[in-house]
Design a binder for this molecule. Structure first.
Ligand code: MN
Length: 423
């Protein structure tokens, strides 16, 4: 049985008159939301998000945060004065995993943070969704440069802007003595992490520690709203003792398992947290293998799709360039070609059929057409066309014969049929 104790503190800071941060701290559910937007809208955004989370009509934090997102988005849509508002949300909930173990679920959207303080070490559990963090991840600036970057307030993922949002999520095994800190950027932008760790080391009471952290942020400048929620694991049902040997051997053994990273990229979202937890791999080296497997699977899929597209394009080009016929002229003779006049890319037309019909004998009106190359979708149609040319040629010859023979020689059998009827 996991037992938690918590403390919380919030303050508008020194510079701002309005506190746009909101938080939840109740049994088993803890969250910080940092609202943004003009006038009162930042305040509204964080409040609406936190209320939706508190309402609890969901299974697991991913669904909870997505519901909160929907609530803020809806509110902004209904009220024009609130348009463009948004909020971060960083939340921790005590839940049961598929095996019935009590675990902590950490969910995050935006640049508020969750930290774990364990064995005197402070570790950030969440990844900021901010411009500077992305620049750091891409290696374009250093973490030191990020701290003083003029655009460090730009958040790249928030609640309330789109009807749905991708939520980062982790499962963490809680151990007695762990302290989980959730805070808005008003704390960590003002107070160095080493100082935060010092307070968590020295002040055992979570309420007093929260108040002290807020006081330090104000003292350091207090340029933003400051919110701190601190959750202590006071009892883990003896789990820490049984695991202490493992921990001593490898402190990273119970490091958070990542389960939903990058779900926006592949478009696959767990239906609810139960199905998701079934997918959780055992602790230990699992986090990296899971990530690796996901990676290769994605690369394989990507390669497959790419190959399919290339094959499709090649086929289309081939189809366009080769799966067609035209009637043209070669060496002064009407010829059926396969391909397109002039060719397509590397595909030159080839002779399909020689007709033995001199171009000069083709009807005058068709000669230009043939010289340019008259196109047909199928060989049959091209053959029909040539047959028609031959018929017309023969017909013309027949007429010629009639006119010449009437004056010179007795009519042949062929001309009798075409000869005018007797008067
Ligand atoms: Mn802030």
């Amino acid at each position: 049985m996991i037992r938690l104790r918590y403390g919380a503190s919030t303050d508008p800071g020194v510079v701002r008159s309005v506190n746009e941060d909101s938080f939840v701290a109740q049994d088993g559910l803890y969250a910080v939301a940092d609202g943004m937007g003009g006038h009162v809208s930042g305040e509204v955004a964080s409040e609406v998000a936190v209320e939706a989370l508190q309402a609890g009509d969901y299974e697991g934090l991913i669904e909870g945060v997505r519901l909160a997102n929907r609530a803020v988005w809806q509110k902004a849509r209904d009220d024009a004065s609130l348009r463009g508002m948004g909020t971060t949300m960083c939340a921790i909930a005590l839940i049961e995993d598929a095996e019935g173990n009590e675990v902590l679920q950490v969910a995050n959207v935006g640049d508020s943070r969750a930290y774990r303080f364990r064995q005197s070490e402070l570790e950030q559990l969440t990844e900021d969704h901010s411009l500077v963090e992305e620049l750091v991840r891409e290696g374009r600036i250093t973490p030191e440069e990020a701290k003083v970057h003029p655009q460090r307030n730009i958040v790249t993922r928030v609640l309330g802007v789109e009807p749905d949002v991708n939520v980062d999520c982790k499962i963490v095994d809680p151990y007695a003595g762990d302290r989980y800190l959730i805070c808005s950027d008003g704390l960590f932008n003002e107070v160095p992490e080493s100082e935060i760790a010092r307070v968590l080391r020295q002040e055992r009471d979570p309420e007093a520690a929260s108040n002290e952290l807020v006081r330090m942020a104000r003292e350091a400048g207090g340029r933003d709203n400051i919110t701190v929620v601190l959750v202590d694991v006071t009892d883990d049902g003896g789990k820490a003792e049984s695991a202490s040997e493992v921990l001593a051997a490898d402190p990273g053994a119970t490091t958070a398992r990542r389960i939903d990273q990058g779900s926006a990229d592949d478009g696959i979202r767990p239906r609810n947290d139960t199905t998701m937890l079934h997918a959780v791999v055992p602790p230990g080296a699992a986090a990296t293998t899971e990530k690796h497997r996901r990676f290769t699977w994605r690369v394989a899929l990507f390669t497959l799709v790419l190959l399919a597209i290339l094959a499709g394009a090649a086929y289309a080009t081939w189809w366009f360039g080769r799966n067609t016929y035209y009637v043209g002229a070669e060496g002064g003779e009407v010829t059926i070609f396969r391909g397109r006049p002039g060719g397509v890319l590397w595909m030159d037309p080839t002779v399909e059929q020689e007709t033995g019909l001199p171009l000069a004998d083709a009807p005058q009106a068709t000669q230009d057409d043939i010289e340019q190359g008259r196109q047909f979708a199928t060989l049959d149609k091209a053959e029909d066309y040539v047959a028609n040319l031959l018929e017309r040629r023969d017909a013309e010859r027949g007429e010629d014969t009639t006119t010449t023979t009437t004056t010179a020689a007795p009519p042949t059998t062929t001309t009798t049929t075409t000869a005018p009827p007797p008067p």
